[in-house]
Design a protein around this ligand. Structure first.
Ligand code: SF4
Ligand code: SF4
Length: 334
């Protein structure tokens, strides 16, 4: 079965975020001062557009991309002028939405610059950090400016009935987050790989054997690009199949298609799933968790984090901050 073209892509403009949600599978936060500049974003966007004969719909994500609104708007305008693949969506946690006039102004400008949809995150994790009144205000004004059909809330029920967690005692907060996680809507990678599995059924690693990731890695049609240009298949954040700032996206896709099922960590994951990384990880000192794992992706992330720390396959695992390495105090991706 042939490798699928990438027809949807998330360009991750930044790892910076005003929140640090327990569910964040990209490990974003206030200490991650890493921003893709607009020339780089346009180069990647162009590469994604050219790489698929069917075109590629792009969403802009972070981190919190509204943290530098003027840059975000300039990028959208430049891509629109250049006729690049359509801007399907811009994602935000809504933490900036304190003033209705400013919200109207920003959304109208993005609308004119080609934004298809606004996606707003609201769930117990986000409301550890972001007062719920802000995404509520943003959702209401966005429905007026863009029309309700172009506003997506993840999750609508929580937006309507949720509450702020910031002032709650730690034990109560933890209980709420664990209960939400047990609903199974989160991928347990990145920050979510640690500590969100308290109310889940855990199974030994062997239970996830012979569970290939072929479909996700090769046939998902979906790809993410990190602020440093690392290309991650689907939502398998931290698994690098190439760098879009060093090699054309089309060439990265061709390389992946040509080596389907062969060699390296990606090949092992394609053929067998995360247990395919176990032997190498054990050699590097990985200690399997006696209690077991809540999902194959959680096991995968723990194995990969260990291998990344051991520098076992640096070209396939990264960038290092995804796996918890501290970033220097830089503000731009060079
Ligand atoms: S999940 Fe979203 S809002 Fe939360 S830390 Fe990650 S990027 Fe920020
Ligand atoms: S187990 Fe790893 S490679 Fe497979 S889908 Fe999950 S994160 Fe991706």
């Amino acid at each position: 079965m042939p490798v699928k073209y990438w027809s949807r892509a998330g360009i991750m403009l930044t790892a910076w975020c005003d929140a640090a949600c327990a569910c964040c599978y990209a490990n974003c936060g206030p200490d991650k001062h890493l921003w893709m500049n607009n020339d780089q974003a346009l180069e990647i966007w162009t590469g994604l557009t050219e790489a698929s004969p069917h075109g590629c719909r792009v969403h802009l994500t972070g981190g919190e991309v509204f943290g530098r609104f003027d840059d975000l708007l300039a990028l959208c305008r430049a891509a629109h002028r250049a006729g690049l693949g359509p801007l399907e969506a811009v994602e935000t946690n809504g933490g900036w939405a304190t003033d209705e006039g400013e919200i109207c102004r920003r959304l109208a400008a993005l609308d004119e610059a080609g934004m298809g949809r606004l996606t707003i995150s609201a769930d117990p994790y986000h409301q550890q950090f972001i007062p719920l009144e802000r995404p509520r205000r943003l959702a209401r004004v966005a429905a007026e400016v863009l029309g309700a059909a172009r506003v997506r809330i993840r999750w609508q029920t929580w937006l309507e009935t949720g509450f702020d967690l910031a002032g709650l005692p730690a034990a109560r907060r933890s209980e709420i987050l664990q209960r939400h996680a047990a609903g199974g809507t989160d991928r347990l990678t990145g920050r979510a790989a640690d500590g969100l599995d308290g109310q889940m059924q855990l199974r030994p690693a062997a239970a996830f054997d012979d569970n290939p990731c072929n479909e996700t890695l090769l046939r998902g049609r979906h790809v993410h690009v990190a602020p440093d240009g690392s290309v991650w298949p689907a939502t398998c954040i931290g698994i690098v199949v190439g760098n879009a700032l060093r090699r054309p996206v089309a060439a990265i896709w061709r390389d992946l298609a040509a080596r389907e099922g062969e060699g390296g960590l990606v090949g092992a994951l394609q053929r067998r799933g995360p247990v395919g990384l176990m032997e190498l990880a054990l050699k590097e000192g990985f200690v399997d968790r006696p209690a077991g794992w809540a999902s194959k992706c959680q096991l995968c992330f723990h194995l990969r984090r260990h291998l990344a720390a051991a520098a076992a396959a640096p070209e396939e695992l990264g960038p290092a901050w995804i796996y918890g390495a501290r970033l220097p105090e830089t503000t731009e991706q060079k």
